[in-house]
Structures are given as C-alpha cells and as structure tokens.
Design a protein around this ligand. Structure first.
Ligand code: ADE
Length: 227
C-alpha cells in the first residue's frame, strides 16, 4: 500500500475523490481513504498544516496502514528565481529551516544531539517521478518551517537560500520525511509552485492552490502506475 499525503483539502481532494471503492477510516479529526488509484492500493490523508500535524498524522498512518512508500504533495513558494508558478519540483532532499540551535554549535536545520538534518528522498522514487513524460520537472531542495514565507528579499531570511541552499519553501515536508525516515519507509516530496515566497505570496497562493493541486494529481497518477 502506498500512502499519499498533503496538508490541505484542495491538495488531496482529487486523490481522495478518485479512489475506487473507497473505504473511509476516521481517527479523531482525520479521515484516511483507502482503495485503488491507478491500479495500486493506496491510503490518502489530509494531514493539516505545519510540522506537528504532518509528523503526527504520518506516524499514525504508518502505525495503522504500514505503507511501503509515502508520497507527500502540495504547493510551495519558490525561493529559487528560476522557478515559476506551476513548475513541479521533485524534492531531492528537504530540511527544517526553522530548527535553529546554532548558538550551541549545531548546524542550522539540525535537530540537536541527533544526526537528523537533511532528509533525502528515495532515489528510485525521484527517478520514477522524473520520468513523467508530460512535462519537464525540476529537482530541488525543499525547506520546511512553521511559517508562511512572504519576504524572500528580506535580509533576515537570506539564510534560506545562502546557507541552506533552498529552492522551495513549504510547511510540512521535512516533518513527514523525518517520520518516514525514522520508520525506514521510502519517501518522496513533490511540490507545485504557487507563489514566489514574496510580498505577493498570499494572493498568488490563494489563486493557484486549485490549479497547482490539479497538476500534482496527474503526476501522482502517473507515478502510481509505474511503481
Ligand atoms: N506554501 C505555499 N507557499 C508558501 C510560502 N510562501 N511559504 C510557506 N509555505 C508555502
């Protein structure tokens, strides 16, 4: 069984609605939809926004459904100026940009007293995604933090690109990715650019949420057929 997860309703709705013979399992505020999509058994869930819910719901899903792979999708803001709205970015790795214990000598993004920092996507899943014939996909590093970033020009956030070399910013990926890693489950993070993480991010995000989600849906369908 392959798990498909996303933070917000529009990001997962098409997937949930397309599952054949869906079985719905409710746990507290979360509905897990199981069934077939593109010929594969899947479980789909909307985690909610932010790192805590992403990790919590991913762990619950692993405990109950034992997925063989976890694919997280959704939208993201572009940090890399070469990325534009609608571009699909396959995350080669991700990390928490707001984990900062640098004052104690830890690297930015490193969870203190652990080696957990950069979470790599599963190379076979990355390769499968990049074989998508419909369009050219981009690869990149995805940064995760509990904040909606609206000021890529802001000197205070220059470490996102200068130090962490992020291409994309969002709010859940590295939390779900770390949960997958601790559980030894292959993980893939795919994001569609909805905004440029700048002063216009709020309006752009609202406008592109639906169309960006549709773009990622078709890629997920393709991926499921091939894996
Ligand atoms: N998701 C989509 N756009 C984002 C942004 N600008 N910051 C954080 N998460 C996002």
């Amino acid at each position: 069984m392959i798990a498909i997860i996303a933070a917000m309703q529009p990001e997962i709705k098409l997937i949930k609605d397309s599952v054949e013979n869906p079985e719905k399992i409710v746990w507290k505020d979360w509905e897990f939809v199981c069934g077939k999509l593109s010929g594969k058994e899947i479980v789909a869930v909307q985690t909610g926004v932010g790192k805590v819910l992403a990790a919590l719901v991913t762990q619950r899903m692993i405990d109950v459904f034992s997925p063989s792979a976890i694919i997280m999708t959704g939208i993201a803001g572009a940090l890399n100026p070469d990325l534009h709205r609608g571009d699909i970015v396959v995350g080669t790795d991700c990390l928490q940009h707001d984990m900062d214990a640098t004052v104690f000598g830890f690297k930015r993004g490193q969870i203190p007293y652990t080696d957990y920092r950069i979470i790599e996507s599963d190379p076979a899943l990355v390769a499968a995604a990049l074989s998508y014939p419909a369009e050219k996909l981009r690869t990149g590093r995805i940064l995760t933090g509990d904040q909606f970033v609206t000021g890529s020009g802001d000197a205070a956030l220059s470490y996102l690109t200068d130090e962490l070399e992020g291409d994309v910013v969002e709010m859940e990926g590295a939390a779900a990715g770390l949960t997958a890693k601790v559980n030894d489950i292959p993980f893939l993070l795919i994001r569609v650019i909805s905004d440029k993480a700048d002063g216009k991010a709020k309006g752009s995000y609202q406008k592109f949420l639906k169309s960006a989600s549709e773009r990622s849906f078709h890629l997920i369908e393709y991926l499921l057929e091939g894996i």
